[in-house]
Ligand binder design. Structure first.
Ligand SMILES: C[S@@+](CC[C@H](N)C(=O)[O-])C[C@H]1O[C@@H](n2cnc3c(N)ncnc32)[C@H](O)[C@@H]1O
Length: 247
């Protein structure tokens, strides 16, 4: 029995594999198209959402950052440019996403400052309190156990350090919600078809957003796993929520 509905939403319903394995397979499949789909499906907003999160993170001046669910390293690269920390470590379960990310890090000549590696947020291979900050952009929704993943991230952040989370959300305002439903039911499947990408991944997307605990429920969970304060901001007609937690 899972604690949150999102933990039961899987990309491949007929598969006997667990959520982590299914998520890994799904991102391995879509890795070549991930960046373009991300840009199209967020109508180019994903970049500005990351920039807003990074702007808040920069106020705490972190010298070491762990980017969990780093994917193709967009957050890690933008955070490095804006904050110039000594080191960013990006972890992800999908080798193919990391492969795309590594190419981008190399092309940006940032390999001396950004390390990408395969690791699961459920069991991070780092000592406790080893990072000034952690970040997760559009990743927590995919965790097999949300509480376990957030507890593990809290463990590796030092006391006084921070966690910045960006996640897609269902608007609470009925007008925004109506627009959001049209967008996810019509626009996203069409884009997935045009790009001939894995359509399962793009039906999993709205289902997992619907099932994810949002706003105050997420805040309570962040406090439960060990953070002391949590700020919440909503962007672009409430379709993206930013959580900034301090340990
Ligand atoms: C939607 S992508 C986000 C990538 C990137 N953070 C961005 O801003 O574009 C979600 C990523 O989370 C990764 N992921 C999902 N569950 C994970 C877990 N338990 N541990 C580490 N990475 C995970 C997936 O492999 C995928 O690359």
């Amino acid at each position: 029995m899972s604690d949150f509905k999102c933990e039961e939403v899987m990309p491949f319903e007929s598969s006997a594999s667990g959520k982590t394995q299914q998520i890994e397979q799904m991102f391995d499949d879509i890795a070549p198209h991930y960046d373009i789909m991300n840009r199209l499906m967020s109508l180019g907003q994903d970049k500005s959402w990351r920039q807003k999160a990074i702007k808040r993170l920069k106020q705490t001046n972190p010298n070491t950052i762990l980017d969990v669910a780093t994917g193709t390293a967009d957050f890690a690269l933008s955070a490095y440019d804006a904050i110039q920390p000594a080191r960013i470590v990006g972890v992800d379960i999908s080798e193919e996403m990391i492969r795309v990310g590594e190419k981008k890090v190399k092309a940006a000549k940032k390999s001396d400052f950004i390390d990408l590696m395969r690791a699961d947020s459920m069991d991070l291979p780092f000592d406790s309190q080893s990072f000034d900050a952690a970040t997760v952009a559009f990743g927590v929704r995919n965790f097999e156990s949300l509480e376990k993943g957030l507890t593990e991230i809290c463990r590796v952040v030092r006391d006084g350090g921070s966690l910045a989370i960006l996640e897609l959300s269902v608007p609470t305002n009925p007008f925004y919600r109506f627009g959001y439903r049209i967008f996810t039911k019509i626009f996203i499947p069409i884009m997935a078809k045009i790009l001939k990408t894995n359509s399962t991944a793009y039906s999993y997307l709205p289902e997992s957003i619907d099932a994810f605990p949002q706003g105050e429920v997420m805040k309570e969970l962040l406090l439960k796993v060990g953070f002391k304060s949590v700020e919440i901001r909503k962007y672009t007609m409430q379709t993206c929520t930013f959580y900034f937690a301090t340990k």
